[in-house]
Design a protein around this ligand. Structure first.
Ligand code: FEO
Length: 170
């Protein structure tokens, strides 16, 4: 049985996951309008994995006697300054999610909720991987150095390569 405090923090986490899914969906759509189709696929896929994170949390909260809530959210930005700007924004979002997971883990330890602590270990590992993954992409795009449409073409191509090599994480 979850305490009210843990239930609330898990619901807050659901909000973050829903927002992440929505943000990456919006980014995917924008990339599609820019004809950066690999980048669009990358974010569409990532939007789906964020939805899976949300679903896992919903199932856990309800199974443990709480009530998972679906939040009302502000719409994410519809367009972005550039490919780099969107990727940086995604990386910052992942950092925020990692921090939030860490805070719930700390709360679980402080309140001796070892069941939720164990449940969250999957998220700890997942976040570490995701943040590292986004950081690697941002670094790669910086290395390519987008100065014109040719650079943009190669950057999108590099993102496509990443999709091939890490399909489960894109
Ligand atoms: Fe589910 Fe990328 O946070």
């Amino acid at each position: 049985m979850l305490t009210k405090k843990i239930e609330k923090t898990l619901n807050d986490q659901i909000t973050l996951e829903v927002y992440s899914s929505s943000l990456y969906l919006a980014m995917g759509s924008w990339f599609e309008t820019q004809r950066l189709l690999n980048s669009a696929q990358f974010f569409y896929r990532h939007s789906t994995s964020e939805r899976e994170h949300m679903m896992k949390l919903i199932a856990y909260v309800n199974r443990e006697g709480g009530h998972a809530r679906v939040p009302e959210l502000a719409a994410p930005p519809a367009s972005y300054k550039s490919l780099e700007a969107a990727l940086e924004m995604a990386l910052e979002n992942e950092k925020k999610v990692t921090k939030a997971i860490g805070a719930i883990v700390e709360l679980c330890l402080a309140t001796k909720d070892y069941g939720t602590f164990t449940f969250l270990q999957w998220y700890v590992a997942e976040q570490q991987e995701e943040e590292g993954y986004f950081q690697a992409i941002v670094d790669k795009i910086k290395m390519i150095g987008i100065k014109d449409s040719r650079g943009l073409f190669f950057a999108d191509k590099a993102i496509g390569k990443l999709l091939e090599t890490a399909p489960s994480k894109a």
